[in-house]
Design a protein around this ligand. Structure first.
Ligand code: B12
Length: 324
């Protein structure tokens, strides 16, 4: 049986093909990478991860250990202990290497069109298929910024211009929200790192922006709790007193929802230790004058930017979000 170390090291497979050949879901794969620093894929010019046959062999070995009932952390510890002794475990990659998929090289605008059409025609099967292809082909940052948000904006425009029923807009945003919630819940919960609460301002029912913020912060390795939209601030302050998060992030899409946020930093000033208050959302982008009126840390115009700002605030340095 070949040893892991016998497999070639040149990086050429994207995450989708690695997932197909190992049976490890892309979300799990990224979580293992981030949590245990077990793989260090190279990056293609477009930023996508690229893996080698040796990475695939290691994943096959790890998957076999997990399937046999060993925890992933023990399997990785065993692998490292063996490597230190100069022993390389054996692994057979059963699934042949696929011919390079053309699908993942499609532009994101193509995914936006397909997802939009699937959603407005209420075709859940097609919409799920497009999302799964997109998940396998793109980073979470690219998935949300270049596919999901543009699709939601197109749906908003279609609703505003009377091209689709409100019911269809509700169906489409509900579909995307539930898929995002599934991603959020499938990500590992980190316990020994900065604790961040994320939710929506009082009166704010748009929640996809704050949910995505929670997902990308979890991906960046933080302990994140997503609290949902329309949070009553007095109750939230009591909760913060008990749970002691390091940071609280609230979002506002409609202007009315920014009104209560102006006093939030003051409301938490008596909490010990006082958490950092971060905020953002379309209302602040549309009305930038609200930023100087709202004490706290404005996190940036985009959610990807906000992850970097949070890292800079909490760690005093900027990290590449793609590095996970
Ligand atoms: C889905 C949706 C709803 C759903 C929300 C469901 C849900 N569970 O979230 C429902 C049906 C509840 C809804 C209700 C309403 N909606 Co609505 N809705 C939308 C829609 C189609 C998508 C919203 C969305 O999720 N977008 C994806 C987000 C994340 O994109 P984004 O805001 O561009 O995000 C970028 C930045 O804003 C920023 N950002 C966003 N969130 C955050 C959070 C943080 C922390 C940070 C740092 C940054 C950040 O980063 C993003 C880029 O990276 C938009 C269309 C649109 N253009 O967005 C309309 C839209 C936002 N809605 C609108 C309106 C008018 C309403 C209603 C008033 C309608 C009504 N008459 O009842 C109500 C208001 C309800 C309320 N009190 O909040 C308008 C807002 C216009 C305005 N100028 O305020 C829009 C733009 C539609 C339109 N074209 O007119 N809506």
């Amino acid at each position: 049986m070949p040893k892991i170390v016998d497999y070639p090291e040149d990086a050429k497979y994207n995450i989708k093909s690695v997932s197909q050949r190992t049976g490890v879901q892309p979300v799990t794969l990224r979580a293992w990478e981030r949590r245990y620093n077990i793989l260090e894929p190279s990056r293609a010019q477009n930023g996508y991860r690229l893996y080698s046959e040796r990475d695939i062999a290691l994943l096959v070995w790890l998957k076999n250990q997990v399937d046999a009932g060993i925890s992933i952390s023990s399997a990785i510890a065993d692998f490292r202990a063996n490597t230190r002794k100069g022993i390389s475990p054996e692994a057979v990659i059963n699934t042949p290497s696929p011919t390079p998929s053309k699908r993942s090289s499609l532009p994101t605008s193509d995914f936006v069109k397909r997802l939009y059409h699937a959603l407005v025609s209420r075709d859940e099967t097609a919409a799920t298929e497009v999302l799964e292809q997109a998940l396998a082909s793109f980073d979470l940052h690219a998935l949300v910024e270049a596919i999901l948000f543009p699709t939601l904006r197109d749906i908003g425009d279609a609703w505003y211009n009377g091209k689709i029923f409100v019911a269809v807009e509700h169906f489409a945003s509900g579909f995307i929200r539930s898929k995002l919630m599934a991603i959020y819940q499938s990500m590992p919960v980190h316990r020994r790192v900065s604790y961040i609460m994320v939710g929506g301002a009082p009166g704010e029912l748009h929640e996809i922006g704050s949910l995505v913020t929670a997902i990308l912060l979890r991906e960046a390795g933080y302990r994140v709790e997503y609290l949902g939209p329309d949070l009553p601030l007095d109750d939230l302050v009591q909760y913060i007193k008990e749970e002691k998060p390091k940071m609280v992030i609230l979002s506002a899409t409609i202007q009315e929802a920014t009104e209560d946020l102006v006093k939030f930093d003051e409301l938490i000033s008596g909490v010990k230790p006082k958490p950092i208050f971060g905020y953002g959302g379309a209302a602040f982008n549309r009305h930038p004058e609200l930023i100087s009126k709202t004490p706290g840390s404005y996190l940036g115009e985009t959610i990807s930017q906000s992850i970097k700002t949070v890292q800079a605030i909490l760690e005093g340095k900027k990290r590449d979000p793609l590095a996970g």
